[in-house]
Write a protein of this length. Structure first.
Length: 216
């Protein structure tokens, strides 16, 4: 039968019959559900710079981006101010060693000297960077956390920034280092977002949000 569609094995329904006439006010509205981006914050439980953890979490949550914090063994995170003064303790949502990296759209690494130094020695934390890069997913790092990149082979060809004391280390590992508030480097088919210090947190959060929400 020309102009008809078959349903099952026994009958036909004409195209005209399949399209009932509706008044304008009766026409259905198609609602498209947009997935909510999910950011993974990777941190040690000691020596995490407070604002570099809490402000991105607050900024991204305010933009309706879901955020989960992971630490080794899921321990409570002790934050600090200027790497010295103890500040808030923050509950982790996840055990770093038990999470599924495939469930997240970006990995974010806050700073803090002790935090970054300990995460450099954590195979899971370093492995998350390489897994995200291999999957073409973005990684965002601020202040001292780009230190972790030295434990990977991902720096050659990347342009980065960081806390100034990391400049020589990152250059020696093959990166191009620049002194800018935030840098996005898209070489090798994955985006690396880096930032210098707490005064740059607004630009850092804006770059992360823009990446997740589809803005260039």
């Amino acid at each position: 039968m020309i102009g008809a569609r078959r349903y099952g094995h026994t009958g036909y329904l004409s195209v005209a019959a399949a399209q009932p006439r509706l008044a304008p006010e009766q026409k259905a509205v198609i609602v498209t559900t947009v997935p909510v981006p999910h950011a993974l914050v990777v941190t040690h439980w000691a020596g995490v710079e407070r604002d570099e953890l809490l402000r991105p979490v607050a900024d991204l949550t305010a933009r309706e981006i879901r955020v989960s914090i992971a630490s080794p063994r899921g321990r409570v995170v002790q934050t600090v101010v200027d790497d010295v003064e103890r500040a808030e303790r923050v509950d982790a949502d996840l055990d770093l060693d038990s999470l599924d990296p495939n469930a997240y759209d970006i990995a974010i690494f806050p700073g803090g000297v002790v935090n970054a130094d300990r995460l450099r020695l954590n195979r899971t934390a370093v492995g998350i960077i390489t897994e995200f890069a291999a999957a073409g997913k973005p990684v965002a790092m601020i202040c001292h956390s780009p230190w972790l990149l030295i434990e990977t082979d991902l720096l050659p060809g990347k342009t980065v920034t960081s806390f100034p004391s990391l400049r020589s280390d990152l250059l020696n590992a093959g990166a191009d280092w620049v002194d800018q508030p935030v840098v996005s480097s898209d070489t090798d088919a994955w985006r690396l977002i880096t930032s210098r210090r707490p005064i740059d947190l607004r630009a850092f959060a804006d770059e992360i949000a823009g990446t997740l929400l589809g803005r260039p």
